[in-house]
Design a protein around this ligand. Structure first.
Ligand code: GLP
Length: 236
């Protein structure tokens, strides 16, 4: 694991964008795994800039997002599909047909998960997976549990996650209580992991994830078993 500690959010965003850009430069048809949350927003801005300046080309890139709220379709401004279009896809030359976000409106989330994992496998697996971390140690929406879950699956969100994510909604009651999340198999099978964390209150959970025991109570701790992880941690 490479652990890079930087001072500012800006620095973290630049380094993360540069690493993703390098991936796409060396493999123009890369399959990238993408994440939502406030942390990657700065990185997505940089990637959009690089794309506009002709420095990277997303024409052949395929993307798979980690997760989606259950019951929100892509037209809902709180959905992760909407977020991705708004923060990245609408600003780069990616083919929208090559962008994938799990369908949170699927009647059967387990079946949707199976099909999602099959699509990732068919694309050849993920070359570089971007991850953030929740305050409770979740990656995607893999919440603390007594076991790790392998396939993409439906999840019941923790109260603390609903609290944390309610800042994006008008009222707490509007936050969906369920979601669909890529499971540990597709995440851990990614060839490279690009992990970003910043913000007050993340230091403790990042320490637990990377320097504590590997336990499903801290879902991100499974990344200690991955052979190629780069962490960009901003002190800001
Ligand atoms: C959500 C997402 C996670 C993300 C987390 C952290 O719960 N499902 O993938 O890592 O938020 O968000 P933030 O970057 O806003 O702290």
């Amino acid at each position: 694991m490479k652990f890079v500690r930087v001072k500012t959010y800006e620095e973290m965003s630049t380094l993360a964008a540069d690493l993703m850009a390098a991936q796409i430069l060396v493999k123009p048809d890369s399959v990238i795994g993408l994440a939502t949350g406030s942390t990657p927003v700065g990185m997505y801005k940089k990637l959009s800039k690089y794309n506009k300046a002709g420095k990277i080309d997303f024409a052949k890139v395929k993307s798979f997002n980690l997760d989606e709220y259950a019951g929100l379709d892509g037209t809902n401004e709180q959905s992760y599909r909407y977020f991705m279009n708004d923060k990245l896809f609408n600003h780069i030359n990616i083919d929208m047909a090559n962008t994938h976000v799990p369908n949170g409106c699927a009647a059967d989330l387990a079946l949707e998960g199976e099909q999602y994992d099959a699509m990732i496998a068919e694309a050849g697996g993920i070359d570089m997976q971007l991850l953030g971390i929740g305050f409770d140690g979740h990656i995607g929406f893999n919440e603390p549990d007594d076991h790790f879950t392998a396939p993409t699956h439906g999840v019941v969100l923790d109260e603390s996650t609903i609290d944390a994510n309610s800042r994006f909604f008008e009222k707490r009651e509007d936050v969906p209580t369920m979601a669909i999340s890529m499971g540990m198999r597709s995440i851990m099978q990614a060839k490279k992991i690009l992990f970003v964390a910043n913000g007050k209150g993340k230091e403790d959970i990042v320490n637990k994830a990377f320097f504590g025991p590997i336990t499903p109570e801290v879902p991100a701790s499974i990344l200690q078993l991955h052979p190629d992880v780069t962490v960009f941690f901003s002190e800001e």
